[in-house]
Design a protein around this ligand. Structure first.
Ligand code: ZN
Ligand code: ZN
Ligand code: ZN
Length: 253
């Protein structure tokens, strides 16, 4: 299985429009972050988690040629608003999308034109909405996926476990019942917004604590804001934890 991080920035992306801070002004590619989407590939199966507002640019940059299914973590704009760019991937075949019930409802309310009959000249992505079973698992090709319920402030959202890897982007608390689903991980990709605490996201110190508790083979931090310089953060993190960057590819056997 191969995972590629298509974006690793928080909701406003880095550089932040109009910001002149050192990270936003940095020339280093590691400090340029699209919003969060993930590409997972095994054999001929291509799975996407979240369609960020830069999804088209991400797909072109990464060379994605086929999408078999899309999982959504939640319906916040930074994880969803590239959904229209599934169009070219769904010309030949309908793409199933999966999310929890309230997320599917929100997607259908926010993008009603996708789910109604096509109008003349108005192309829409050919997608089918499916409920991801609460506390359930499903298989897509060779990939076995388990939903990991986590709290994002007051909002209950999903992280996902795919085989022995887990991807949890927006999270401020992991319930005990979900820790039980995160045992024996080879890889954990976890959101950490900044050093300072935040109501709806783990800070870097909180994320380190969570990673130590879960004890995966290795871990990467994602959903990073412009307080975090990649190289400074990398130097600060304990062994086995690294900042993710756009284009990072991880192969798991
Ligand atoms: Zn987010
Ligand atoms: Zn900035
Ligand atoms: Zn969010």
């Amino acid at each position: 299985m191969k995972m590629k991080l298509l974006g690793t920035g928080t909701s406003h992306g880095i550089p932040v429009a109009g910001c002149s801070c050192p990270v936003c002004q940095s020339e280093r590619l590691e400090n340029k972050r699209y919003r969060c989407s993930l590409w997972i590939q095994e054999d001929e199966t291509n799975l996407i988690i979240d369609t960020s507002p830069e999804f088209r640019l991400q797909a072109v940059r990464a060379g994605i040629s086929k999408v078999d299914a899309v999982l959504f973590t939640h319906a916040h704009a930074d994880h969803l608003h590239g959904i229209d760019d599934l169009r070219p991937f769904s010309w030949k075949k309908e793409i199933p999308i999966y999310a929890q019930k309230n997320v599917i409802k929100e997607i259908q309310e926010r993008f009603p034109y996708i789910f109604t009959a096509p109008k003349q000249g108005g192309g829409t992505p050919n997608i089918k909405a499916n409920l991801f079973p609460d506390q359930g698992s499903l298989s897509i090709g060779p990939l076995k996926i388990t939903a990991i319920p986590v709290m994002h402030g007051n909002l209950g959202i999903f992280g996902y476990r795919i085989g022995n890897a887990a991807y949890i982007t927006d999270c401020s608390c992991i319930p005990d019942s979900s820790y039980a689903l995160l045992k024996d991980l080879d890889l954990l990709i976890l959101g950490a917004l900044r050093y300072k605490p935040h109501e709806t996201h783990f800070s870097v110190p909180q994320a380190i604590e969570v990673i130590k508790k879960i004890s995966p083979g290795r871990a990467y931090l994602t959903h990073l804001c412009h307080d975090l310089d990649h190289f400074q953060l990398k130097a600060d993190l304990p062994k086995g934890i690294e900042p993710a960057w756009d284009g990072l590819e991880i192969t798991l056997t």
